[in-house]
Design a protein around this ligand. Structure first.
Ligand code: GDP
Length: 139
């Protein structure tokens, strides 16, 4: 069993998409083994996206991610990281496959509704960024 970190970004929360997105994960065989609603401040968003600190969109992205509440969760299943990336769709919603979350709901390359870890290393970093051992219920 593999774990991955998923975030419903502020646009997904404010547009009332939490239930829809959780249902997609559950119907795709994921177990939600930890979940909470948080609101990051700018510094916390910068820490989460530190790998992108040299990118031209870093300031805008961290403003967006700290603009409202997010739902953060740990998803578990076989090949959780790659399966979640498939369900999410491409970063740019215009390139996302039919039926993916970003194809269905994203409005912008930045406001693309969901985040998902992209490797085992980032999954470990991201899970530990938001959750302590007490909060993780999976095997
Ligand atoms: P992801 O792994 O699919 O989320 O994509 P990346 O790790 O490449 O980028 C992280 C996040 O930064 C994306 O999900 C978008 O919210 C945002 N982002 C990526 N590329 C751009 C861009 O060219 N412009 C802006 N404004 N935001 C971007």
């Amino acid at each position: 069993m593999e774990k991955t970190l998923s975030i419903i970004k502020p646009d997904g929360v404010s547009r009332g998409l939490i239930g829809n997105i959780l249902q997609r994960f559950e119907r795709s065989g994921f177990k939600i083994v930890a979940m909470k609603m948080i609101r990051m401040n700018k510094r916390q968003a910068q820490g989460f996206y530190a790998v992108h600190k040299e990118k031209p969109f870093f300031d805008s992205l961290t403003d967006f991610m700290s603009s409202g509440p997010c739902v953060v969760m740990i998803l578990e299943r076989e090949n959780a990281i790659s399966r979640n990336r498939e369900i999410m769709g491409a970063t740019n919603y215009k390139e996302a496959a039919e039926g993916t979350i970003r194809k269905d709901y994203a409005t912008d390359i930045e406001k693309n509704v969901v985040h998902g870890s992209d490797s085992p290393e980032t999954a470990t970093f991201e899970i530990n960024y938001f959750f302590n051992q007490l909060e993780i219920t999976g095997e």
